[in-house]
Every structure is written in C-alpha cells, then in structure tokens.
Design a protein. Structure first.
Length: 126
C-alpha cells in the first residue's frame, strides 16, 4: 500500500490518499498516526480509500477502537473523520459507520472527496 498526505491548513483538514492493497495492521498504524496528528493540531481528518483495497473483517471493524485506538489514547476516537469510498467499497464503509456509531464513534462516509471537504466546512467540529 502507498499513501500520501495533503494538509489544508486554511481548512484545518489533513487528507490521506491511500492506494493499492492494504492489510489491517497497516490501517491500524496509519489510523493511530494520523488521528494523533489531527488531535495535536486540532484538525479534522479525511481518509480517501477510493484507490485502495483490502480485506477487513467485521470483527476487525468491531474491535478497531477497543483493541487498538483506545489502548493508545481514547481521545483519538473523538477526532472528526470522513472516509471517502469507491462505489465498490461503499457498503462496507456504511457497515463500518453503523458499527462505530453504535460504539459512540462518529464518522461520515462519502463517495466524493469534495463533498467530504464541504461537509467539514459546513459543520463546526473541533
């Protein structure tokens, strides 16, 4: 998997563009790294998965925060995050959104990056 970041300082947003095949451990590491960076700067985070593919199980999704993120810092789950998905991956991301919402972790899913940016611009989030 490859990734690159773009920082929109004027909008307080960090965007991560992912490309290629990923495994769950890579996503855990990136999630911790960029949630921490966003938290420290008071920024929001957009993760663009449109050009990435991976095998993530429902169990991985259900335990992502309890087994990984919260062990580092529970505040990381409060970072405002938008996920951008391809059409193919959209049902999985909607399931992820529902599971995490039930755990008290709010995220938003879009198929278009500009809609994610616009959503942050129109919602006054930390």
């Amino acid at each position: 998997m490859e990734y690159r970041e773009e920082v929109l300082d004027e909008k307080s947003i960090i965007i991560i563009y992912l490309k290629g095949e990923f495994n769950f451990d890579e996503i855990v590491s990136l999630g911790i790294k960029y949630r921490r960076r966003a938290l420290e700067r008071g920024y929001r985070l957009i993760c663009d998965f449109r050009n990435a593919r991976g095998n993530v199980t429902v169990s991985d999704i259900q335990t992502y925060f309890s087994n990984h993120i919260h062990r580092v810092d529970e505040r990381l789950s409060k970072v405002p995050v938008v996920y951008v998905s391809s059409e193919r991956g959209y049902p999985t991301f909607k399931l992820l959104q529902q599971i995490w919402d039930n755990q008290g972790v709010s995220i938003v899913i879009f198929k278009d990056l500009d809609l994610g940016i616009k959503w942050f611009e129109t919602h006054n989030l930390p």
